[in-house]
Design a protein around this ligand. Structure first.
Ligand code: FCB
Length: 456
């Protein structure tokens, strides 16, 4: 029997800027994504999150969809500028109340709300003062976490401080593909540190406000393999794993920043010396505040080839890369999820793990009969759930799975061109249609296992 543990948490994930729209409603302040999307050339299709899925107004319908799917939990994020239009200071009660109503609506139908505090929509007012590259943003985040956990803590016990510190720091501040669109490694590394520090300092604050709190953080992680046995590929892989995974994991689990990656940064001229200028006494202990779980966002693995030597001088590639790709051009590699979870459990002993995001972009549209036959997403979902079950069999304390995403939505720099939803959204009418993948997921959740078939 391919059954999951009886208390396994089945959910879906979304984020505020990607679905809410209503960017001017009820006193919401400007976020860095409003500013970034309004800057010509930043979003592939020239769109923005002004309307998105209009979830701010249609949340009841979306909760109803989740009830229909039989979900146990819903991971959503709070738009910081709805609560603090200027980033800190005066609370905007109307914005705060939106989340309070959403939480009540979820609980009424038996769905547990799982709150992510930061999924990238920083108040622009804080960016104007340096954003995450500035240490002042750390205390602003802790104040925000305090207000949110006071307001919702009587009903929400599971909290995620940040979504994907790698994306916040590297996409936002090193290569500039995401808001705020800065290209400066010094700022990027300072950002990574301040994001981690704000996480660590928020943990005890949330615990103090929330009875039975379970607090964690979500990282996007990419298990990597060298493309060949050459020493160059091995070193490239070490460096990739270090910069992508260990730079965030090691400090969170009390190991400090990885020495070898600091050396890489110095060698690449990203750091002037091996003393990290943004680290102050006590920071590393703060960052390593004990957490209850680690959230893992998994999309694909990495097969790493060195660019240090010419291709012809490198050893032939020995790792087969599957030609199966999603529309993000990401390799479909379910086994990578098992490998990643097993490794995390071995190297960091996180106690509890949740897959807080996993999913695929495929642009399938409705057929003439109105049904959305997203066969490739169904396959992706099935194989990644198999991979999750395999990890559990190998002893990994995986406690839940949140599919990305409930709805097609605003996929950041790609705009609306990439559809990740299990529910199709017709943006012109805002009509929602559950795709085949939503039907499959509903059956899996109902059975708590994978021996399910879809109607032909
Ligand atoms: C993750 C993000 C999420 C979504 C997916 C596809 O990196 O957390 O918002 O964009 O990728």
């Amino acid at each position: 029997m391919r059954q999951f543990p009886h208390d396994f948490v089945w959910g879906v994930a979304t984020s505020s800027y990607q679905i809410e729209g209503a960017t001017d409603a009820d006193g919401r302040g400007e976020s860095i994504w409003d500013r970034f999307a309004a800057t010509p050339g930043k979003i592939a299709d020239g769109t923005n999150g002004n309307v998105a899925c209009d979830h701010y107004h249609r949340w009841r319908e979306d909760v109803e969809l989740m009830r229909w799917m039989g979900l146990k939990a819903y991971r959503f994020s709070v738009a910081w500028p709805r609560v603090f239009p200027m980033g800190r200071g005066k609370v905007n009660t109307a914005g705060l109340d939106f989340y309070s109503r959403l939480v009540d609506g979820l609980l009424e139908v038996g769905i547990e709300p799982v709150v992510t505090l930061y999924h990238w929509d920083l108040p622009q007012a804080l960016q104007d003062k340096g954003g995450w590259a500035s240490r002042d943003t750390v205390s602003a985040f802790v104040e925000y976490a305090d207000v949110m956990s006071q307001k919702l803590g009587d009903r929400v016990s599971r909290w995620i401080t940040h979504n994907e510190p790698w994306c916040i720091s590297i996409l936002g501040y090193a290569n500039g593909e995401h808001a705020p669109g800065i290209k400066d490694w010094g700022q990027a590394l300072a950002t990574a540190h301040h994001v981690l520090l704000s996480h660590g300092q928020a943990v005890p604050v949330i615990r103090a406000n929330v009875p039975r709190a379970e607090v964690g953080v979500t990282l996007n992680l990419v298990p990597a393999e060298p493309a060949s046995p050459s020493k160059e590929d091995h070193d490239a892989c070490r460096s990739f794993d270090g910069g992508f995974n260990r730079w965030y994991l090691d400090p969170l689990y009390g190991k400090g920043y990885p020495r070898d990656v600091i050396d890489d940064h110095v060698a690449e001229g990203r750091l002037k010396s091996d003393t990290l200028p943004f680290v102050r006494q006590g920071d590393m202990a703060d960052i390593a505040a004990p957490i209850d779980f680690l959230g893992v966002n998994y999309y694909n693995r990495g097969v790493i080839r060195s660019d240090r030597i010419p291709e012809a001088q490198n050893a032939p590639r020995t790792v087969h890369v599957s030609p199966e790709k999603t529309e993000m051009d990401w390799e479909v590699s379910p086994h990578g999820l098992t490998q990643l979870l097993v490794r995390l459990n071995q190297d960091y002993k996180p106690g509890r793990l949740y897959v807080t995001e996993n999913g695929a972009a495929y642009g399938t549209t409705p057929d003439a009969d109105g049904r959305v036959r997203d066969t490739k997403r169904v396959h992706y979902l099935r194989t990644h759930l198999e991979a999750s079950l395999e990890a559990i069999k190998q002893g990994v304390p995986l406690k839940g799975y949140f599919a990305w995403s409930l709805l097609d939505n605003f996929e950041w720099a790609y705009g609306y061109q990439k559809r990740f939803g299990m529910v199709y959204v017709d943006y012109a009418t805002q009509k929602r249609i559950p795709k085949d993948s939503a039907h499959l997921y509903r059956a899996v959740v109902a059975q708590n296992g994978l021996d399910v078939e879809l109607a032909a």
